[in-house]
Design a binder for this molecule. Structure first.
Ligand code: PAP
Length: 333
């Protein structure tokens, strides 16, 4: 990580402050500040920093035709998908036993634009234009808020979504771990999973409303199938070989007959599996910061875990909301 780099001023502080004043605000049970602001229809943390990062990304990122952007709402399996895309695109660049995935958390190989590139904590905007093509990035930002050049260039988006209850439960445990570490020994009563269910149901989580996030990308994938590769976490689990093959075709590097025969697809799937990633030294011992360890990105990695955490009534409510929102879209979750 490049530290102490002097960050160029890309968005003035006063402007961010003034914008925040005008935005809708709400509270939620499960972020460390407990406050969210609604920017362009989606919630983000009510801090100057979060909004400023999004504005910087929106105004200063220039997409290239060859860019690949892995997109997804938090906790939908984006690290798994980043690993799969990285391994597929770079499969001829590194010998099997020297894959950078064996030494790095996927998010350190596929930087998140709004935080790891344009964020204060990891200011890297200065190097974006020097990166060789194809550049591989990621984002949690909703489609309608992405910089215009992502839409107007040939840049391609690879979007992953997941069952809402599994996403919710994954998010709950992830954020809870961070909050508990932040609070330390403080006398602190953490929010219950049921409280967070209500927030998530009402769309009140970072980057939410979740289903709106999914729908935006889904619709775009129907309108512009050459632009968006849309996949469900559950489908990738069920038939990884088929989907990794399609993914390779989508990004323009289809597997050759020889690679098929040599089992290259299976090797990629194995390398990117939660079983492999979880037991790597780097992912067992690495840390993002003092509140977050690499191991927290790999919990269970199962399909259908969410349903066991709620009463049948709550499961039914979420199912009904999902059906209502997705009605007529051709998508089911
Ligand atoms: P992020 O938003 O912090 O980037 P993200 O990687 O999108 O998180 O999602 C994390 C979820 O993906 C976790 O799900 P769980 O809490 O239900 O277990 C994590 O375990 C799961 N995950 C991580 N790596 C893999 C993988 N290789 N295969 C399947 N699931 C995975």
């Amino acid at each position: 990580m490049e530290k102490n780099h002097e960050e160029p001023i890309l968005v003035p502080e006063e402007e961010v402050q003034q914008l925040i004043e005008t935005l809708e605000k709400t509270s939620t049970s499960l972020i460390s500040t407990n406050k969210l602001i609604k920017y362009e229809g989606f919630w983000c943390a009510a801090s100057d920093e979060s909004l400023k990062n999004i504005l910087k990304f929106q105004r200063h990122f220039c997409a290239r035709d060859s860019d690949l952007i892995v997109a997804g709402h938090p906790k939908t399996g984006t690290n798994w998908f980043k690993a799969s895309v990285f391994a597929t695109v770079n499969r001829n660049k590194y010998p099997k036993l020297e894959s950078p995935l064996l030494k790095n958390l996927p998010r350190e190989l596929v930087y998140r634009l709004e935080s790891q590139i344009y964020g204060q904590a990891y200011p890297r905007p200065h190097h974006v234009d020097e990166l060789p093509s194809p550049r591989l990035f990621s984002t949690h930002i909703n489609y309608s808020s992405l910089p215009e050049s992502i839409s107007t260039t040939g840049c391609r988006i690879l979007y992953i979504c997941r069952n809402p209850l599994d996403t919710l439960v994954s998010l709950y445990y992830f954020v809870l771990t961070i909050i508990k570490k932040r609070k330390g020994d403080e006398d602190y009563e953490p929010p219950s999973l049921e409280d967070f269910f209500e927030d998530f149901y009402d769309g009140k989580a970072m980057h939410g409303p979740y289903l709106d996030h999914v729908i935006e990308y889904w619709k775009l994938s129907l309108e512009r199938p050459e632009k968006v590769f849309f996949i469900k976490y559950e489908d990738l689990k069920k038939d990884p070989e088929n989907h990794v093959r399609k993914l390779a075709e989508f990004v323009g590097v289809p597997f050759t007959m020889e690679e098929e025969r040599e089992g290259v697809i299976k090797e990629i799937i194995e390398l990117c599996s939660i079983k492999t990633l979880k037991q790597l030294e780097v992912n067992k011992n690495g840390t993002v910061n003092k509140f977050l360890d690499y191991k927290h990105f790999f919990r269970k990695g199962e399909v259908g875990d969410g349903i066991h955490h709620f009463t049948p009534d709550l499961v039914e409510r979420m199912n009904k909301l999902t059906q209502r929102k997705l009605q007529g879209t051709g998508l089911s979750l």
